[in-house]
Design a protein around this ligand. Structure first.
Ligand code: NAP
Length: 256
């Protein structure tokens, strides 16, 4: 339950905000007082999320926007439209846009490898860079960038060479960004979800899901809101001494 108003006057950009974990992040952040920019490749789903956001707290104004995070030009337009609307860049950013295109290594098409890297890894880089550049340019005193990785980036997963590589990559990206951006007051962290019930995992065969559930010490899949809770912590001053970290949100899956 959102107990707090700790995100009041935090303008927050959430990519992948139209679905699953990104949508829950938008809802949680709005409930804690943030103004939320719901950005997604799908205009319809971004608008659907926008319609679900609470806005009763001080100064809250939300908006929906279309973005393709794999395109530098599209991100540039997004950041410009945010600055035009709010007269400031977002001080919080959650990189939740992501895709899977699974296949076994022996048969994976090069295009499927490239596309997953482009969206999940390059997209996180481009958004992080654009937001950090805008924050530094306006002399903002602090910022928090949260990137949604995956436990699979640490341990690998059958059929996900592209996805696991992209998610390992965002951890390296985040640690480096944390080192470079700390002098500007910008913290950068990852959350590493395990198996969370979203449209992404709806595609996974029931047989695989029940096998996975049996491996989770807490005995169930996670809910998007449980990932959003950790993102809200990382966005807020409650985590002011946390940067370069990766927090697992897995119910204990693969703790060793
Ligand atoms: P989801 O429900 O499919 O949400 C992902 C959202 O990102 C969708 O709205 C999708 O739009 C959007 N998107 C896709 N490509 C985009 C692009 N190029 N630019 C902007 N938006 C784009 O999946 P989810 O499960 O919530 O995943 C959210 C994040 O959590 C992802 O980074 C995922 O890798 C990560 N994650 C998920 C799990 C899990 O178990 N669910 C576990 C670990 C990590 P379309 O639907 O129109 O493609």
């Amino acid at each position: 339950m959102a107990a707090a108003t700790r995100l009041i006057s935090r303008l927050t950009l959430v990519t992948g905000g139209g679905s699953g974990i990104g949508r829950s992040v938008c809802q949680r952040f709005a409930s804690e007082g943030a103004s939320v920019v719901v950005a997604d490749i799908s205009e319809e789903s971004a608008n659907e999320t926008l319609g679900s956001l609470s806005g009763d707290l001080r100064g809250q104004v939300h908006m929906a926007a279309v973005v393709d995070v794999s395109s530098k030009e599209s991100i540039k337009q997004l950041v410009t439209s945010i600055q035009t609307r709010y007269f400031q860049p977002p001080s919080v950013c959650v990189n939740a846009a992501g895709i899977t295109q699974d296949d076994f290594l022996l048969s994976m098409e090069e295009e499927h490898f490239d596309r997953v890297i482009q969206v999940n890894l390059k997209g996180s880089f481009l958004v992080t860079q654009a937001v950090a550049q805008a924050l530094v340019a306006c002399g903002a005193p602090k910022g928090s960038i949260v990137t949604v990785g995956s436990i699979v980036g640490k341990v690998g997963n059958l059929g996900q060479a592209n996805y696991a590589a992209s998610k390992a990559g965002v951890q390296g990206l985040t640690r480096t960004a944390a080192k470079e951006l700390s002098r500007f007051g910008i913290r950068c962290n990852c959350v590493l979800p395990g198996f969370i019930s979203t449209p992404m995992t709806d595609k996974v065969p029931e047989k695989v899901i029940s096998k996975m559930k049996s491996l989770v010490p807490l005995g169930r899949m996670g809910e998007p809101a449980e990932v959003a809770d950790v993102c809200a912590f990382l966005a807020s001053d409650d985590s002011r001494y946390v940067t370069g970290a990766s927090i697992e949100v897995t119910g204990g899956l693969f703790i060793g």
